[in-house]
Design a protein around this ligand. Sequence first.
Ligand SMILES: [Zn+2]
Length: 459
Amino acid sequence: MAVGITFYGATDTVTGSRHLLRAGDHQVLVDCGLFQGPREIKERNWRPFPVPVHDINSIVLTHAHLDHTGFLPRLVKDGYRGPVHCTAATKNLLGIMLRDSARLQVEEAEHANRHRWSRHTPAAPLYDEEDVERCLKYLEPHSYGEAFDPVPTTRMHFLRAGHILGSAFAMTETEAGSVLFGGDLGRYGQRIIPDPTPVAKADYLLLESTYGDRDHEDVDVLSALEGVVRHAIANRGWVLIPSFAIGRTQEVLYLLHELREAGRIPSLPIYIDSPMATSAIPLFAQHTEDHDFEMTALMDSNRCPFEGPGVRYTHSREESKAINDHEGPGVIIAGSGMANGGRIRHHLLNRISDGRNTVLFVGYQGVGTPGRAILDGVENFRAFGWEVPIRARIVKIDALSAHADRGEIMRWLADFQAPPRRTFLVHGEPEARSALQAKITAELNWTVTCPAMGDNYRL
Ligand SMILES: [Zn+2]
C-alpha cells in the first residue's frame, strides 16, 4: 500500500498548516489552518482547496490555534462531512476560536463592501457563524494516549506538545512506518501545562521551525515581568500587553498571580480586555488533564491563578472604553497578539504616546504586522485612520513565547534514540527553516527536508 505525505501549507510561512497523509485509498488531512498575515498570504485562503473535499476521509487537528484549524469551517461549508479528531481541550477551545474567526471573516467582508475593495462583488466571508456551528458537530475528542483510527489503514494517538492547552503531537502508525505530526512544539517550564512529551522513535517527523534560527533570550520571565510592572508602578504608567487570547493571556495572568503571591508586586488593577480570553478562562480551569504539577496544586488549594485582587474582566465595549478614564498604574491585556486587530489597538492609540507607559510583547510578531513594526522602531502607530507618535517604552519578553526556540527544539530531538528516516521542516519563515535544517544536519546528521507547497513524498 502506498503511503505518502503532501504539503499544502506552512511551507514558506508560519501559517496555513495543512498536511495530507495518503494511505492507500484513504486520505487524512492533518491540521486545516488558515493563512494569516499580509494580504498576499491571506489571499491563499481563497484558492481552491488542492484536494477535492469529498476525497478527504478524516481530519486530525494538533491544537486549536487558527493557523492550524481556521480553515475547517470552510471545508465543511464546501462539503466535508467526515470526523475531525482532536483532544478534548482543543474541541472546547475551538468553540470559542472558530466563532470568533467567523465574526472577523464577516466583519472583513462587510468592511470590504463598504470600501469597495472586494475581489468578489459583493465581498463574501470565507465562512460565517452558521458554518462554524455546523463544523463543530464533527469534532471528536480523544484523551492523550487513546488510540483511534482516523481511517482503517492508520492508527493514531495524541501526545502532549506543551504548546497551549490541549496541544498535541499526532503519532501515526502506517504500513510504511510511524509518522509523528509535530504540530507546534511547546516550551519547557511553561506555566499551567506540562512540558512536551519526549519521543524516542518515529520513522518520519514533521517539525515546526518558527524559531529555528534563534534562541529566546535567556531571561527569567518572572523577574522580567516583575521589572516591567515595577517600572510602571514607579512611573504611575500602564503596561499594555498585546496578547493572544488563548495561552499567552492565561500564562501572563498566572505569572502576575505568582509575583503577587510571592509579595514581589503589590495588587494593582489588571484588566483582561478580551472577550475571547475571558471565555477561555473556565476551560483553562476545567481541563485538569492538561495541568502541570504546580497548576494542579494551585487549583487543589483554591488559589486559582486567574483571579485575585485587582483582576478585572471587561465584557462590553462600554466597559472597555471606561478603562480610558483610569489613572495608572495598571496592566491591560488585550488582543490581538500582533496588534493587527482587537481592542489593544484602541489602548495603543490612547496610551502609546505617553512616555510613562510600556508596551510589552509576549509572543511572536509576524512580518508585516503592527506589532513587528513597533518592535522594529517605527515612529508612529496607526489604527482606525489615526496616527500617533510612539513614546512609550517598548519591551519584549521573548521567553514568554509558546514556541520552542532553537535550543529547545534540539533538546527535544535529543530524546530520539534513532534518527527518523526523514524529518520534514514546516511552519517557519524561509531563513528560520533553512537555518534549522543546517543545524540538525550538522549536529545530528539527520536527513532533513524543507518541502515546498504541493510537494509530495512517498514514505
Ligand atoms: Zn500554535
